[in-house]
Design a protein around this ligand. Structure first.
Ligand SMILES: [Zn+2]
Length: 146
């Protein structure tokens, strides 16, 4: 695994590979446009693109799509980046199950289960829209060991 990883630019993935968010679509037809700067039109797309960004070690994308209210948010980008990479490089992102998506005009909730190698992370995430951009604001999680 290690040799496939570029620590500075994230993991290399062919645009024709299946998307790491487990949508069943090709990466180029799913999350890649968002990772390249297109704004996701809804919070569910943002959520999926953040999951695949974790899988691809795209720490800059994670930071750029986190709301300043979030408890992980810090101006110390170097330290934040390290903690994201520490998680993403040591975790395998095996599946994503969306249980519920509730969308409002400027606030949305996604309830999902992220299947990781060590556990299934169940989370209800809250997203807020700020200046046309959906951002991850907070999450209630209940980690369950496999
Ligand atoms: Zn995707």
């Amino acid at each position: 695994m290690q040799e496939a990883i570029d620590y500075y630019g994230g993991m290399k993935l062919s645009p024709n590979s299946s998307c790491p968010c487990h949508s069943g679509k090709k990466y180029k037809q799913c999350c890649q446009p968002y990772h390249k700067g297109i704004l996701p039109s809804n919070a569910l797309r943002l959520m999926r693109s953040r999951y695949s960004a974790f899988a691809l070690n795209l720490s800059d994308y994670i930071m750029a799509t986190t709301h300043p209210n979030n408890s992980d948010y810090t101006e110390d980008k170097e330290q934040w980046k390290q903690s994201i990479l520490n998680f993403s490089l040591n975790t395998r992102f095996l599946g994503l199950i969306i249980n519920e998506f509730v969308e409002g005009e400027n606030e949305a909730f996604v309830t999902f289960e992220a299947v990781l190698d060590s556990s299934i992370l169940k989370e209800k995430s809250r997203f807020l829209k700020e200046e046309r951009k959906w951002l991850y604001e907070s999450g209630d999680f209940s980690p369950a060991t496999l």
